[in-house]
Design a protein around this ligand. Sequence first.
Ligand code: S3P
Length: 176
Amino acid sequence: MKTTQIVLLGYMGSGKTAVGESLHKQLQMEFLDLDYYIEQKFNTPVTAIFEQKGELFFRAEERNALEELLQRDTPLILSLGGGTPCYYDTMEYLKGFDKLKTFYLQTGIGTLSERLEKAKRTRPLLAHLKDLDQIKEFVGKHLFERNPFYLQADYKIVTDHKSVETVALEIQNTLT
Ligand code: S3P
């Protein structure tokens, strides 16, 4: 069955949005970023949703938004938030769609930490961390907890030392 829904998942900073945009250009399919969709829906940045309503509210709305988008049943490239696969039964839920494939963008702790040090401001879960060493320690533990969810993806794409275009091409090569 032809894949018409491509779902990108992985830790914060793994390049989900950039790879999604590249696939969008190459495949001419609609691309949506789940965080961006939620921000538009609530007219509020994710960091402010966390601050004002708390993480549990965000997780529930994140799942609602995912269901809204997938129930449309239209061709779509969707990048999830880093935590989306790790709450509720989301990985099981994603497996229920015949034409949907999930891709785990797997990136090493060192690369993730360096990227996230620069982009910490927009990541509420990292706001309390003071320096690169603290970020590395946090990311290492967090990734260990999340990997069991991420590794349930249909494909694992290692992204270290690869360009966004190369990662996008590897994804395209798996599509039938
Ligand atoms: C989160 C990742 C973020 C965003 C929120 C929580 C997480 O998305 O959904 O800050 O729990 O890993 P990105 O992975 O796009 O940064």
